[in-house]
Design a protein around this ligand. Structure first.
Ligand SMILES: NC(=O)c1ccc[n+]([C@@H]2O[C@H](COP(=O)([O-])OP(=O)(O)OC[C@H]3O[C@@H](n4cnc5c(N)ncnc54)[C@H](OP(=O)(O)O)[C@@H]3O)[C@@H](O)[C@H]2O)c1
Length: 290
C-alpha cells in the first residue's frame, strides 16, 4: 500500500521500519526532520509537509504526542483531511481524545479510524503491539493488513472513539502498575534487599508482567530515559479522568496523574514513566537524618 506516516518518534520510527520491511511504500513526515533519518535510511521517502504525506495515499497514519497535535494535523487547509484523496483512510494511532476521534470521523463520514496501541517501542519493533480500533467496519477491513504488520492483537472495539476509550482503560492499568512497581522498588531498596534477586522472585508470581520487567530493569540501571514519556502518561490520565467525568472516582489514577505532572515539572516531561521513583524520596528528612 501507499502509506503516509506523520510522527517518527519513539513509537513511529519502529512502526515505520516494520511497514517498510513488509514492502509497503511509506512516505514520512516529522516536525524535526533529523528524527526521521532512521526511517529514511531504511527506504522510507520524505514528505516535506503533512499535506504532502497525505496526498495520493491509500492510508495516512498519525503517531503524535497530544490531542492538540492530532487536531492540528487533521484540520485546516494544510491538514490531512483537506489534502487526502477521497478513497484514503486516515488512522490516528496516537493516544488521544475519544471525543476528537468522533469529531474527525463525523467530519469525513467515516474514513478516519482511531487505533491507539499498547506495547511500547519494543512491541512496536517486534510487531507485537495490541491495537485498539474504533471506527467504521469497512475502513477497518481496508486497513487490517497494515494493522497486522504492526500488531499481534488487533481488536475492533466499536464506532469512532471506542478505540481511544479502550486505550484509556489500558492506561488506567499502566498508571497504577507503574506507580506500584516504583513503590515496590523503593521498598526493596529501603529493606536493603538485592533488587535483582527480588525481581527474580516476584516476576514469576501473580505480580509478574512485561511492564514489571521493563521498569525494574530501567530502575536497576538508574536509567530514567523514556520508553514512554511521563508527559504522555499525564495526558492519558487526564483523558481517562475526563472520560469518566463525575460517574466514577478514580483515586489511584488521579494520584498518578498528579505525580506524573510533578515529575514533568521538576525533571521534564520527556523522562520515562519509571521516573515516578523520584516521588518515593522522602520530602521530610527521617529521624536518623536530622
Ligand atoms: N512510547 C510509548 O511507549 C507509547 C506506547 C503507546 C502509545 N504511545 C502514544 O503514542 C504517541 C506517540 O508517542 P511517542 O512515544 O512516539 O512520542 P515521541 O517520541 O514524542 O514522538 C512523537 C513524534 O511526533 C512528532 N511531532 C509532533 N508534532 C508534530 C507535527 N505537528 N508534525 C509532525 N510531527 C510532529 C515529534 O517531532 P519532534 O521530533 O520534532 O519532537 C516526534 O518525533 C503518543 O500519543 C503516546 O501517548 C506511546
Amino acid at each position: 500500500m501507499r502509506i503516509g506516516w506523520i510522527g517518527t518518534g519513539l513509537m513511529g520510527e519502529p512502526m515505520v521500519a516494520r511497514l517498510v520491511a513488509a514492502g509497503h511504500q511509506v512516505s514520512v513526515h516529522n516536525r524535526t526532520r533529523a528524527r526521521a533519518e532512521p526511517s529514511l535510511a531504511l527506504g522510507a521517502g520524505w514528505a516535506g509537509s503533512i499535506a504532502a504525506a497525505a496526498r495520493d495515499r491509500d492510508v495516512v497514519i498519525t503517531m503524535l504526542p497530544f490531542p492538540a497535535d492530532v487536531e492540528a494535523a487533521y484540520l485546516g487547509p494544510d491538514g490531512i483531511l483537506a489534502n487526502a484523496s477521497p478513497g484514503t483512510v486516515a488512522v490516528d494511532m496516537s493516544t488521544s481524545s475519544p471525543a476528537l476521534a468522533r469529531r474527525l470521523a463525523d467530519f469525513t463520514g467515516g474514513s478516519v479510524l482511531d487505533a491507539p496501541v499498547s506495547g511500547g517501542p519494543a512491541g512496536a519493533r517486534s510487531g507485537a503491539l495490541s491495537i485498539f480500533v474504533g471506527g467504521a467496519a469497512d475502513a477497518f477491513e481496508r486497513v487490517r493488513p497494515v494493522f497486522e504488520v504492526l500488531g499481534s492483537t488487533v481488536v475492533h472495539h466499536g464506532p469512532a472513539g471506542a478505540g481511544q476509550a479502550a486505550k484509556l482503560v489500558n492506561q488506567a492499568l499502566v498508571a497504577n502498575l507503574t506507580l506500584g512497581i516504583c513503590e515496590a522498588y523503593a521498598v526493596a531498596e529501603a529493606a536493603g534487599l538485592d533488587p535483582a534477586l527480588v525481581h527474580e522472585s516476584v516476576r514469576v508470581g501473580v505480580a509478574g508482567s512485561p511492564l514489571l520487567d521493563f521498569a525494574w530493569s530501567r530502575l536497576s540501571d538508574g536509567d530514567l530515559e523514556p520508553g514512554f514519556k511521563v508527559a504522555h502518561l499525564a495526558k492519558d490520565l487526564a483523558l481517562a479522568l475526563d472520560e469518566v467525568g463525575d460517574t466514577r472516582r478514580l483515586p489511584g489514577t488521579s494520584l498518578v496523574r498528579e505525580l506524573c505532572q510533578a515529575v514533568a515539572d521538576t525533571l521534564g516531561g520527556d523522562r520515562g514513566t519509571q521516573a515516578l521513583i523520584t516521588q518515593t524520596q522522602p520530602t521530610v528528612p527521617s529521624e536518623g537524618q536530622r
